[in-house]
Design a protein around this ligand. Sequence first.
Ligand SMILES: Cc1cc2nc3c(=O)[nH]c(=O)nc-3n(C[C@H](O)[C@H](O)[C@H](O)COP(=O)(O)OP(=O)(O)OC[C@H]3O[C@@H](n4cnc5c(N)ncnc54)[C@H](O)[C@@H]3O)c2cc1C
Length: 368
Amino acid sequence: MTVSPDSRMLVIGAGLMGRLLALALAQAGHRVEVHEAGPQDATGSAALAAAAMLAPLAESAVTEAGVVRMGSHGLKRWPELIAQLPLPTFFQQNGTLIVWHRQDAAEASRFARQMDSTARAMPELPPAQTLDGAAIAALEPGLGQRFEHGLYLPGEGQLDNRQLLAALQQALESMKVTLHWNSPRSPEDFSPGASGQPNWVFDCRGLGAKPQWPGVRGVRGEVLRVFAPEVTLLRPVRLVHPRYPLYIAPKQDHIFVIGATEIESEDMSPASVRSALELLSAAYSVHSGFAEARLLEISTQCRPTLIDNLPAVRLTAPHTIQINGLYRHGFLIAPAMLDVVMELIQNGHSALADRFNLRVERPAAVMA
Ligand SMILES: Cc1cc2nc3c(=O)[nH]c(=O)nc-3n(C[C@H](O)[C@H](O)[C@H](O)COP(=O)(O)OP(=O)(O)OC[C@H]3O[C@@H](n4cnc5c(N)ncnc54)[C@H](O)[C@@H]3O)c2cc1C
């Protein structure tokens, strides 16, 4: 099932995965067309709502080793991918700071043990460093001596998701990719390989793929964007919390993303008062400068998630590839997913997928 040069490639869904893949296919010399259900500003994608933290060690508290390995791969690949883009995209690798209030010390110890065991199993990740109050203040002067204990995860990163989506769109336009906005499609609308049809179809619809991939579900996340001129943070700060791992991710110009709830529901209605209060009071408990912040946005989106909360690639018909389940780690793992898919279409097999223990489903009929 390997690809011929100058193939006609059709990508459905232009959120994170669809935009990245469409660009890589165009750069590989293929003729690429994209259908996206929503408008070009990516409204409707999980990618637009996300905080876009790239935190493999921190995420190891909630996921498996394969995803952490994909994240480590992604951290190396993002600078190369961003360097090819025609618009600036904020990316930094300034680590993650984890702090907690005294009442959450037991939860913090559990988290620290998990970080230790991940770092022992994966020597390629820099281990977490234990901080006292003075070390926290030295690392993140804006927080002063507010916290007595913390953890620093060096090397973790973040990027600006909205700049990235805009830059990818511009890159697609300059590569002459045909972009159809407000144009919902299904892989069933196409017969790849037949005359007059695309050679390959790539389904990157996230939660929109649910009708054809019943294991796909949405996990609701509520997230705030604020402008806080009195707050300076040099890196994402996570607050250990008994219910959700809360974070404050600084973007440029004193914009902060505060998130995110994680609720087993596909309800896309606006954020609840309870969630907004919890997120805002958590942010205020980290830095009192958030009291005078301006609320720019309170949004809700669903993370596209598979039954085991792990990502997967499926070959559902000859020359149709579905990519899904990026869940809460999409930005972290998207470069790895991209590299796996490119290997699959080039070689019929992906050594990277084996290394990441990534599920590649291939029904027998498709193998033939
Ligand atoms: C609140 C929140 C915070 C997050 N924070 C982080 C984070 O800090 N770090 C991280 O790594 N990840 C984070 N994520 C996860 C990340 O955003 C997702 O994993 C990622 O966006 C999934 O990418 P995707 O391309 O599969 O889906 P999406 O980005 O959702 O894109 C799917 C696209 O397909 C389109 N579509 C749907 N149906 C159709 C159709 N029928 N035809 C055509 N197009 C269709 C949609 O409109 C959408 O544009 C977060 C997610 C949320 C919701």
